[in-house]
Design a protein around this ligand. Sequence first.
Ligand SMILES: Cc1cc2nc3c(=O)[nH]c(=O)nc-3n(C[C@H](O)[C@H](O)[C@H](O)COP(=O)(O)OP(=O)(O)OC[C@H]3O[C@@H](n4cnc5c(N)ncnc54)[C@H](O)[C@@H]3O)c2cc1C
Length: 382
Amino acid sequence: MERSAEPEFRIGESLMPATYDTLKRLGLLEAMRESRFPAKHSVQFFSGKGSASAPFYFSETDLGERAQTWQVLRSEFDPMLRDNASRCGVTVEVGSSVREVLFDDAGRAGGVRLRDKDGERLVTARVVVDATGQSTLIARKLSLREEESELERNVSYFTHFAGAHRDAGRDEGATLIYQTQSRRSWLWFIPLPGDHVSVGVVGSIEHMVSGRGSDPQSVFEQELADCPALAERLESARQVRSMSALKDYSYRSRQLSGDGWVLVGDAFGFLDPIYSTGVFLALASGEMAADAIHAGLNEDDVSAASLGRFESTLTQGVDALKQLVRSYYDPDFSFGAFLRRYPNRREDLVDMLVGRVFERSPEGLLADLEDHLAVTRVERAS
Ligand SMILES: Cc1cc2nc3c(=O)[nH]c(=O)nc-3n(C[C@H](O)[C@H](O)[C@H](O)COP(=O)(O)OP(=O)(O)OC[C@H]3O[C@@H](n4cnc5c(N)ncnc54)[C@H](O)[C@@H]3O)c2cc1C
């Protein structure tokens, strides 16, 4: 059930290469290759002083054709996924808003109550998958949502421009991440189909809102002005969407599954936009949940433990990405300085930026990151 009757704008435009295997399993690679979505081969980071890291090309690891991914318009990408599900035999209802999940006295989920153009109705199901994104239908209802206190409470303002300056060749579709000079916010530059680009700013709620009024357009412009390297790219561009605003507080549900229900994507948790992990984690957790449900139905066991059998795999991967996110927000961190100290960690870092967090342990990289931050702090203090 999808509540939006028509495809609509949604944030989450930059994919990670690790979405490849799920897209392949869904039979969607061909459609992605033939789509008008720009190919993304790398990500590049710019410091507040304007110095650029060397681009992190995904092909630096042994990925073969999986080293390329795409920058998507969700208003086209999401319907592609839905139409594909439909072709595979799924009954897809658009314009159907789920009002509540139905639980029996023992707390087992047994279906949903929904509203569509014809009114309200009940649909029964052996398993309910909550994929409602930041609405977090089940986690809110059962008070399972917890903010990730180690990460900052951020807010984001974003829009699209036409006619921005793009790099040439295989860098044309790269995601560029810029820190502002004040280092109190960062901006993304994500090339989209045609000559459009997505640009957004992310900063703490204290910096972006407190004492600065509540006009997102004006705050966005102030932050862009504090980022000359990006402002230059947009010099002759024009804004083609009104400014959107979203809180991007990190949160996670205390439970991934219960008897007869399981959470996927943002309905389970949201990390941070910095490494474009959201759609990848939604697809990966969706795939893991699908396998768990399939096995559970075959075993006639749709208990919490059965449906949540992938919990440790998922949370280990999310926790690894979370540590990389925390490093980015640490005032003592820069990719350049880290790689000068640990040049042998470049490939591991690219692996994380690719999203290869489930099949490989990033422990060595994460330990060196911690170490680097501790040493840098001591150096700065002395
Ligand atoms: C500022 C910002 C920038 C981001 N940039 C990126 C990026 O570049 N790349 C990336 O991968 N991720 C990015 N993300 C994260 C990404 O947007 C999400 O992680 C991702 O969309 C999660 O997918 P999902 O399917 O779980 O949820 P969603 O994409 O939110 O989908 C949920 C769906 O459920 C529907 N729905 C909700 N409630 C109901 C209901 N009651 N009944 C029926 N339908 C319902 C909604 O209409 C929607 O279609 C960003 C996030 C933020 C905040």
